[in-house]
Design a protein around this ligand. Structure first.
Ligand code: THU
Length: 141
């Protein structure tokens, strides 16, 4: 499903490279499951994120939300694409909470999943989160 033509192959390559680098920074002493993410915003900037766990397990932050929140703190508001990378053979899949947080900053975007072999699967947010609730519901006249 290649309907996000606004993302160049160069941007895709860069996102994938940054997401793969990001999982090497993950803090995962409990799950031993490192995840890296990289988000591309309408400004053209890319922000990395990794998962950060905690001895109080429920405080764990996913790589995707870490990346998104860093971008928001730097003034970004509109998402263009995300890459999510793991070192395992099995491809990653963003959790439900992260899908909803992605949805806050774009109605649909390309989602690039990358496994440990560097193979990619391309999907999109609408497929991952159909019939979704978003911020425009609250601003309707
Ligand atoms: N995790 C992510 O960072 N992103 C995902 O897409 C799935 C789950 C993290 C949370 C936790 O640190 C570890 O993976 C195991 O759930």
């Amino acid at each position: 499903m290649e309907h996000f033509s606004d993302i160049t192959p160069e941007e895709q390559e860069k996102l994938i490279r940054i997401a793969r680098d990001a999982y090497t920074k993950a803090y995962v002493p409990y799950s031993h499951y490192p995840v890296g993410a990289a988000t591309l915003w309408t400004s053209g900037r890319i922000f990395p994120g990794c998962n950060v766990e905690n001895a109080s397990y429920g405080l764990t932050m996913c790589a995707e939300r870490n990346s998104i929140f860093q971008a928001i703190a730097h003034g970004e508001r509109t998402l263009k694409a995300i890459a999510i990378a793991v070192p395992t053979e099995t491809f990653p899949s963003p959790c439900g909470a992260c899908r909803q947080v992605l949805r806050e900053f774009v109605a649909d975007c390309q989602v690039i999943l990358v496994n440990g072999q560097g193979h990619t699967q391309i999907t999109d947010l609408k497929t991952l989160l159909p019939d979704s609730f978003g911020p425009e519901y609250l601003t309707e006249e």
